[in-house]
Design a protein around this ligand. Structure first.
Ligand code: SF4
Length: 893
């Protein structure tokens, strides 16, 4: 067995991992004790990374189709790249360079990002290169630049240990950045006086831990921060010396916030004026570390929200010292690295700006090209709009899944259908975007390629290949280089002379010389010894943990700018037809569009289907009960999901997880509902709010199925059923083997041909192995396959009440003999005590909620739960939920 160090490929915490391999296969993963971000810890997602490194569902060979209606066929790399080069050349010749575009990803290495950016802007001469980081961090970028002068998060994770107040805004850190939340828990234990303020419309597990939870109404953050500044002014809690010495624009901001008194703002935000006053006092007392994420970023006024929060830091002197900083939490593992190389439609290498002629000239000189085009490129939403209009004719998508993740999915699918040529560079062949690919280029992924990534605290880590890529998959940067060499061989030989990821890094490093993120002192050799924070110019011994300690900011005047924008409401108001505020966000055990986490069966144990959380008053108002199927409609589309009663949302609001797309549910997924309206500067869309209506979905026909097998292949097999039904939820269960779970509901029975195809795919068509029960008048039929005395597959049509219980029987591989009567009998209930073991709260130790609830009812506290059931003793990701279950019990007592 050998061990290779790398970085987790999920969130921007950037945890170090040690990958264990045996005979060329990844066999295990553990936290790297030497990595400064996580010090050996991993959350549920990171700890199961090795389970996602299977060949099933992978793109293994280049594939190509010359007609949209034909299936893709396996071809050689030469044939695939020659075809794409010819297609792109033809489009550019006929329609100009802006008729092609590249939509890339915050999951690429910095090196791959750099090469893509140079290909588009240096060789092809289009700025149409944007990334899914636009959906994630561009408002944070805009906020930093508008106030501090550069896209440079000033703080670091160690500030958690020095803070007197931690102000979490628009982030369910306990779910989305769990290892950082572990650090917050540890800091609170070490310092009982540490105050935790959480601003979030929902009472999340993060909010549940807060000393003060400000459950603001959706989109009202700017009003809240202005009101907090108003309090600081009245109570003389501002740092007048710092304002005078290091900032400009104070008078305009002071005048702006004068009217934002706590009393006036309280009804706007839906929180008590006294709580606003308390938040302002704790914030100003400091040292205050703000941690913030999509609640601020994914907004039609995301820049204003970010800047209004940074205003508070500048005005109260909470910046540039230990424990005091605004620190945006990066959603993706390398959104920061992408920004460093300028891999977006409005940026250039090393934090240069496209609209700055000097910056364009500098980059042209560094690259050895005549110039860099000045016309701004299309950003994510604009890019797919332009594809739909026919303005962009050929689009290259790399390492991202726009047919699930962009807002307003109906528009995105139309765009992908309209494109003349869609190239998809992907590790996974089964994403929602894959069916649109005319050319599929198989890419290496986590554990298979070399490079670097930068996390939320400006810390650059090496990622290493632990195993070779499967099939003919190649490193992302190599694919781009090889395409460039075909597109324009003479120029590309000079511009893309790279023979390794390190050669790309060294060129990128040189572009940073003299810039705010200068990394000229770094090398692969140094990074192999330990991750390093930037800036790290030549000659220094260490990177800089905190920025702006000297009060000098990278602006023309050297002073930070206050941003005095007024509060603006959400882009789409609720009305009589769409009366509910919909919020979308992350779950603990899934990540983004589930391309990777959707392959790990045990990650479905915490939540196995998309569920709409609604306040019980809104359920009652609509005569709904928990567990009902509901139709959620926005002005753009609709989905059918199960509703649950949740006190985490206030009346008038509801919440859907962001992860489920058409591969795992019916329709076009959660983003069929969301809004493409974006911030005017950051161009980041408003995922965090849409106006919706919710009504009961009358779908009398029900079906459910279960089957043991290769999860990715079984999910492939059920795709036609997902498309045929109004309600569909497909997923996986199990720990040591995959079990497909499928639940369907529709207005009428599905055609027999579809059911027969499903039976064949699940092995339920073998009369020798399958037990069959049929009650035609009642529309009930059940098929159960038993192999070696164990149930291995089942289809339940018309009556599905035993689904949960039967799933557990299959997952546990229990003996089916004593259960035959219940499995096939015309009863709607399983045997006594067989209601299914329920949702798994502790994924590491496989502890389910009902067992925890029973222990709590018997008097267990957290320590007793950990001692007896062992839950919460491994990665700790479930500890906030355990505490919530305990406080729910206390409240009910
Ligand atoms: Fe990966 Fe979890 Fe660390 Fe994020 S917090 S980098 S998902 S292990």
């Amino acid at each position: 067995m050998s061990v290779v160090s790398s970085v987790c490929c999920y969130c921007g915490t950037g945890c170090g991992v040690l990958i264990e391999t045996d005979a060329g296969e990844i066999t295990g993963v553990r936290g790297d004790p030497a990595h400064p971000a996580n010090r050996g810890k991993l959350c549920t997602k990171g700890a199961t990374l090795h389970l996602s490194a299977q060949a099933s569902g992978r793109a293994l060979y280049p594939e190509l189709r010359t007609h949209r209606e034909s299936p893709r066929r396996r071809v050689s790399w030469d044939a695939a790249l020659d075809h794409v080069a010819e297609k792109f050349r033809a489009v550019i010749r006929e329609h100009g360079p802006d008729a092609v575009a590249f939509y890339i990803s915050g999951q690429l290495t910095t090196e791959a990002y750099y090469v893509f950016n140079k290909l588009a802007k240096g060789l092809i001469r289009t700025n149409n290169v944007d990334t899914n980081s636009r959906l994630c961090m561009s408002s944070a970028v805009a906020g930093y630049k508008a106030t501090l002068g550069a896209d440079a998060p000033p703080g670091c994770y160690d500030d958690i240990d020095h803070a007197g107040t931690i102000f979490i805004a628009g982030s369910n850190t306990a779910y989305a950045h769990p290892i950082l939340f572990r650090r917050i828990e540890a800091a609170r234990q070490a310092n009982p006086n540490l105050k935790l303020i959480v601003v979030d419309p929902r009472r999340t597990d993060t909010a549940n831990e807060a000393d003060l939870h400000l459950a603001i109404l959706p989109g009202t953050d700017v009003a809240l921060y202005h009101a907090m500044l108003n309090v600081m002014l009245w109570e003389e809690l501002i740092d007048r010396a710092a304002i005078a010495a290091h900032t400009e624009g104070w008078d305009a901001l002071r005048d702006r916030v004068r009217d934002y008194t706590p009393e006036k703002v309280a009804p706007i935000c839906g929180v008590a004026a006294a709580d606003i006053v308390q938040a302002a006092r704790w914030f100003a007392a400091g040292p205050t570390l703000s941690l913030y994420c999509q609640g601020l970023n994914q907004s039609s006024c995301g820049l204003d929200k970010n800047a209004a929060l940074i205003n508070l830091h500048l005005a109260s002197g909470q910046i540039g010292k230990p424990g005091a900083a605004p620190l945006s939490l990066t959603g993706q593992p390398n959104a920061m690295g992408g920004r460093e190389v300028g891999g977006m439609a409005n940026l250039l290498s090393a934090h240069r700006d496209l609209d700055n002629p000097e910056h364009r000239a500098e980059v042209a000189r560094l690259w050895g090209v005549d110039d860099v085009p000045a016309t701004p490129g299309k950003t994510a939403v604009e890019m797919f709009d332009a594809v739909k209009r026919g303005e962009i004719r050929a689009i290259w998508i790399a390492c991202t899944n726009p047919a699930q993740s962009l807002p307003d999915q109906n528009l995105v699918h139309e765009a992908l259908q309209t494109a003349e040529c869609v190239v998809l560079q992907e590790a996974f062949a089964d994403t929602e975007t894959a069916p649109y690919a005319d050319v599929l280029l198989p890419a290496a992924t986590w554990g298979e390629q070399d490079g670097t990534m930068t996390n939320s605290e400006r810390c650059i880590s090496r990622v290493h290949a632990a195993v070779p890529p499967p099939g003919e998959a190649r490193a992302d940067w190599e694919i781009v280089r090889d395409f460039a060499l075909r597109l324009d061989p003479a120029k590309a030989a000079r511009l893309f002379p790279y023979d390794s990821a390190e050669a790309v890094f060294n060129e990128h490093r040189e572009t940073t010389r003299g810039r705010d993120l200068d990394i000229t002192g770094l090398s692969y050799a140094l990074l192999d010894r330990a991750p390093q924070q930037w800036p790290f110019p030549e000659g220094v011994a260490a990177g800089q943990a905190r920025l702006y300690a000297d009060g000098v900011y990278p602006t023309a005047s050297g002073r930070a700018h206050f941003h005095a924008a007024p509060y603006k409401p959400v882009a789409e108001a609720i009305d009589a037809r769409y009366p509910l505020h919909l919020n979308t966000g992350r779950l603990r055990d899934q990540w983004h569009a589930m391309s990777r986490t959707g392959k790990v069966a045990r990650l479905f144990a915490h939540a196995d289907a998309p569920v709409l959380s609604m306040n019980v008053r809104d359920l009652e108002l609509r005569r709904l009960k928990a567990g009902d199927l509901v139709r959620v409609k926005s002005r753009r589309g609709e989905v059918v999901v199960t509703a649950e009663a949740s006190d985490s949302v206030r009346p008038g609001q509801c919440f859907l997880p962001m992860h489920w797309g058409a591969r795992f549910m019916g329709g076009r997924g959660v983003n069929a509902l969301t809004l493409p309206t974006f911030d005017a500067v950051s161009k980041q869309p408003e995922f965090k709010h849409a106006a919706v209506q919710v009504a009961k979905a009358e779908l009398p026909w029900r079906m459910a199925a279960l089957a043991v097998g290769d999860g990715a292949k079984l999910l492939d097999a059920v795709q036609p059923l997902l498309r045929a039904c109004d309600y569909a939820a497909a997923g996986l269960a199990g720990r040591d083997r995959d079990v497909l779970t499928l639940r369907l509901a529709h207005t009428q029975p599905l055609p027999e041909s579809l059911l027969a195809a499903l039976d064949a795919a699940l092995g339920l068509d073998d009369p020798l192995a399958v037990m069959h029960y049929q009650d035609k008048p009642r529309g009930i039929s059940k098929r159960v396959r038993v192999d070696g005395g164990k149930v291995t597959a089942a289809r339940l049509t018309g009556e599905t009440a035993i689904f949960d219980w039967l799933r557990d029987v299959i997952v546990e591989g229990a003996d089916a003999t004593p259960l035959r009567a219940w499995i096939l009998a015309p009863v709607t209930r399983p045997p006594a005590g067989g209601a299914g073991r329920g949702r798994v709260v502790c994924n590491c130790l496989n502890v389910a909620e009902p067992d925890i609830v029973v222990a709590i009812a018997a008097g267990a506290d957290l320590a007793a739960l950990q001692a007896t059931l062992k839950c919460g003793t491994e990665c700790g990701s479930c500890v906030p939920e355990l505490k919530r279950l305990l406080s729910a019990r206390r409240a009910a007592a």
